[in-house]
Design a binder for this molecule. Structure first.
Ligand SMILES: *[C@@H]1O[C@H](CO)[C@@H](O)[C@H](O)[C@H]1NC(C)=O
Ligand SMILES: *[C@@H]1O[C@H](CO)[C@@H](O)[C@H](O)[C@H]1NC(C)=O
Ligand SMILES: *[C@@H]1O[C@H](CO)[C@@H](O)[C@H](O)[C@H]1NC(C)=O
Ligand SMILES: CC(=O)N[C@H]1CO[C@H](CO)[C@@H](O)[C@@H]1O
Length: 827
């Protein structure tokens, strides 16, 4: 035994420190202390000077009153008066104060916690002296079927109350002495593996076990107690269960018992699981319940697993399985397939073509009438009076096919089908399914021209490349834009690529254009065959004649306007130029070009005239009024003889010159001509003294003066380059002396001759029969000779006069132009 003073010392050491705040003191006192009492516990630091006060000790209910604790006023020690029992009270909470008579606190309070330190003075106790338990066959080894309970009054958590269980004895020790195992710490009694095997082979028992509980843990020492465990082994009632059939939507009060299980062993708890999770439950007696209505369509079958478990939730054995089959009820109408996009069926699809297959789903049990769906076509109904329907329906398969009635591109249908279960029997549930069907276009129409024969088109030869010849229009009866796209081509008549086509891809207009120059000579007309084709491949009949258009093009000839050899003409003429004088000839630049017709546009003076065909410009009359140095401009127009609209014009400028001094003309020896006309004439010769006559052999030209009477009465024919022959033009010309103006010209130079001719009646020998002039009566031979001699004399005098005059004139006008050389007429 530890001496009291030593206890005191060791317990007081932590409290010996001076305390300002009077912190709680902790004192431990051994339980059942066997030494002397009072036992000093700890010294309280009471103040010495406050002697008049008295010490008050208070604490847990009534301890001070019992006088268990006290404070020695002399030493200030707290003391305990007798042994303490931890099992009675483990801790005392004390408060010490120093108070006056009036109860005023002088010191304190000082708190003191007194802990009673445990001593193993308690014996463990089983909760029962005898445990009786049923052990079912089939209980797995190691699974506790009984939990022994024992208690120990000593302080928990210390070795004094640390209990261990043991089997001391098993009776009978058959078939094996260690049929059971007891978990030492927990007191869990279970079959040993050997025991489990043995029990499953034969129904043994009952067994009586002597079990022990001991404290002080695994130490050999300690208190102990024993108890009896009666184990009666029972047959297993944990038997397989028959499947349960449950109607769905069952209208009964819930929970509704569907089966029961029983574990014949003791201390059982039932545990249920449903695969998949379902509304099932099990109660403490093993009754299985369904807690609400089932829906076969949600879950048609459940597998329930029921376990028998000990209090720790360990399975005694395998789970029992219970199959729950939910029986179908026709509680689901057929479900239509979700309406997808409209189904496209090409037009002209043959009857019998499947449009779609409706598969209305019925969630009720497959294979049962509840899910046996049949179909009925509601719409479109076959119209009265029409032959056949557009769609047909197979009532069994739900297959919608095309009926015999033809369909057209662009049509839209909403097919309504009634789907009924129970095989269509009375009371079946139904749904109306809808399928949208669109009849799509196929490229079964070839494009065609609106007009296939184009009126002949005329185009000038000089039309520029790019010129629009014609616009053709084509149409396509198909609906689909892609099928309306057209391609155009010139199939014939465009060998040399003169023409081309131009079109917008999505229009039905095509423009026939010129790509090259036209040529009337090469081809005065073109016949073009234009074809139109569908860009997309055509289905069905080949294009008809409408796919071809014929364009006839006539090329208009374009003849260039005539062109003259000069752009303007000029001529210089003396103002004395007689009428009928040739001034110049206007000619086309290309002698090979077609004939022209010439005219004067604004010859306001009437001085000029032009030969319509030859283009020779003459003076039309004497240039009276023209002054030397003036100029006179007229416009000459030349027209194409065949095409008068083709014309050109040029100016003709006439420069007037001073008139040459009139040449003294040699009187042309007159000679008579017979009237009525006889076959002879007068020879007129060109100017004999023309200096050009010898060196140039260009001929003279002779013309009668412009006087209309002269022109009417006389005819002048060229004989050769230097002579002309003047004859009567009329049958009868008045007898008498006539002076006939003759214009002779050569190389732009001109002379005018006055040819004197005597016209008379003639005898047989072509001799004048009567005197010319104012002679009366028939002349005698003598008078005729006289006249002749007289005449010759007169001529001779006349000639002398002329020559004399000429000689004088020559002397006078030596610097006169050559034009003025006298003319000579010869007989
Ligand atoms: C077509 O005609 C024009 C004049 O009308 C000419 O300038 C051009 O050279 C010609 N083209 C061809 C290819 O003959
Ligand atoms: C004739 O027409 C031309 C061109 O227009 C002009 O130059 C000329 O003076 C006209 N002549 C007369 C006589 O009017
Ligand atoms: C000459 O040609 C023009 C066109 O170049 C035309 O208008 C006119 O009528 C023609 N003249 C005649 C007289 O035909
Ligand atoms: C060159 C020439 O042959 N001149 C003759 C033209 O005719 C006349 C009359 O017949 C003749 O006298 C010329 O000799």
């Amino acid at each position: 035994m530890v001496p009291a003073w030593l206890w005191l010392l060791c317990l007081s050491v932590p409290q010996a420190l001076p305390e300002a705040q009077l912190a709680e003191r902790y004192v431990e006192v051994p339980e059942n202390y066997g030494g002397n009492f009072p036992l000093y516990l700890t010294k309280l630091l009471l103040p010495r000077e406050e002697a008049e006060g008295h010490i008050v000790l208070s604490g847990n209910s009534g301890i001070a009153a019992e006088g268990l604790f006290a404070v020695d006023p002399e030493s200030g020690f707290l003391l305990v008066t007798r042994a303490l029992d931890r099992e009675e009270q483990a801790e005392y909470r004390l408060q010490v104060t120093l108070e006056t008579e009036e109860g005023r606190v002088l010191w304190g309070p000082q708190l003191v916690l007194v802990h009673v330190k445990d001593e193993n003075d308690q014996v463990p106790h089983f909760s029962q002296a005898i445990y009786r338990v049923h052990l079912s066959q089939g209980t797995r080894p190691g699974i506790p079927f009984l939990f022994l309970e024992a208690s120990d009054g000593d302080e928990p958590g210390t070795a004094n109350s640390d209990l261990r269980f043991h089997i001391l004895n098993q009776a009978p020790a058959q078939p094996s002495p260690d049929m059971f195992q007891l978990e030492p710490r927990l007191g869990a009694l279970a079959l040993s593996p050997k025991g489990s095997t043995s029990l499953d082979q034969a129904l043994e028992g009952p067994y009586q076990l002597l079990v022990q509980v001991k404290d002080m843990g695994d130490q050999a020492s300690g208190h102990q107690a024993t108890a009896i465990v009666d184990v009666s082994v029972v047959e297993s009632t944990w038997l397989p269960l028959d499947p349960v059939h449950l109607a769905e939507n069952l209208k009964v009060p819930y929970p509704h018992q569907i089966a029961q299980v029983h574990w014949s062993g003791g201390n059982v708890h039932y545990h249920l699981e449903s695969q998949p999770p379902g509304p099932f439950d099990v109660d403490a007696e093993g009754k299985l319940y369904v807690t609400r209505e089932l829906d076969r369509e949600a879950q048609a079958e459940y597998l329930l697993l029921v376990w028998a478990q000990n209090t720790r939730g360990e399975d005694y054995t395998e789970a029992l399985q219970l199959q729950v089959v939910v029986m179908d009820e026709n509680d689901n109408a057929p479900l239509c397939p979700s309406p997808g996009a409209s189904i496209n069926i090409p037009e002209l699809s043959s009857p019998g073509t499947e449009v779609t297959r409706l598969l209305a789903e019925d969630l009720d049990a497959p294979g049962s009438p509840n899910s046996h769906v049949v179909y009925r076509l509601l719409s479109p109904e076959p119209e009265e009076g029409t032959e056949g329907s557009s769609f047909e329906l197979d009532s069994t398969s739900g297959s919608v096919t095309l009926g015999p009635r033809p369909l057209h591109a662009g049509q839209n249908f909403l097919i309504q089908v009634l789907a009924v279960d129970l095989g269509g029997a009375e009371g079946g549930l139904s749904s109306t399914c809808e399928v949208a069907v669109t009849i799509t276009d196929i490229n079964d129409h070839a494009p065609e021209f609106i007009t296939s024969q184009i009126e002949p088109i005329s185009l000038p030869e000089d039309s520029k490349p790019g010129t629009l010849v014609a616009t053709l229009m084509a149409t396509d009866a198909d609906l689909e834009p892609a099928f309306r796209l057209m391609d155009f081509a010139i199939e014939a008549g465009n060998m040399d690529g003169t023409f081309g086509l131009d079109w917008e891809p999505d229009s039905g207009h095509v423009q026939l254009r010129l790509l090259r120059n036209l040529s009337y000579e090469a081809a005065p007309s073109h016949k073009l065959v234009v074809v139109v084709r569908s860009v997309a491949e055509l289905v069905g009949p080949n294009p008809g004649p409408g796919a071809t258009a014929t364009v006839t093009l006539l090329v208009e000839r374009v003849v260039p306007p005539p062109k003259l050899d000069q752009e303007s003409y000029e001529a210089s003429v003396p103002v004395s130029t007689p009428a009928g004088s040739l001034l110049l000839t206007i000619q086309p630049s290309d002698p090979m070009s077609g004939p022209l017709r010439f005219s004067l546009v604004n010859d306001s003076e009437g001085w000029l005239c032009i030969k319509e065909v030859s283009g020779e410009v003459h003076t039309a009359r004497p240039l009276q009024g023209a002054r030397p140095g003036d100029r006179y401009t007229v416009l000459v127009e030349a027209q194409d003889a065949g095409e008068p609209t083709l014309n050109t014009s040029a100016t003709l400028v006439i420069h007037f010159l001073k008139a040459p001094s009139a040449p003294t003309l040699t009187p042309v020896p007159s000679r008579h001509l017979c009237t009525p006309r006889q076959n002879h004439g007068v020879v007129v010769s060109g100017p004999s003294e023309d200096p050009d006559q010898t060196n140039g052999d260009s001929p003279y030209s002779f013309a009668l003066g412009p006087n209309p009477t002269v022109q009417r009465d006389w005819r002048l024919q060229a004989l050769n380059g230097s002579h002309a022959y003047l004859t009567l033009a009329l049958h009868w010309v008045e007898p008498g002396e006539h002076v006939i103006p003759v214009v002779v010209s050569r190389n732009g130079r001109m002379w005018q001759l006055q040819v004197r001719v005597i016209v008379c009646r003639c005898n047989m020998e072509r001799q004048c029969m009567r005197k010319v002039g104012r002679m009366k009566g028939m002349p005698t031979k003598l008078s005729a000779v006289g006249i002749l001699v007289g005449t010759l004399t007169a001529i001779g005098i006349f000639l002398i006069l002329i020559f004399t005059h000429l000689t004088l004139a020559r002397k006078k006008d030596l610097d006169q132009p050559v034009d003025s050389v006298p003319l000579k007429a010869a007989i």
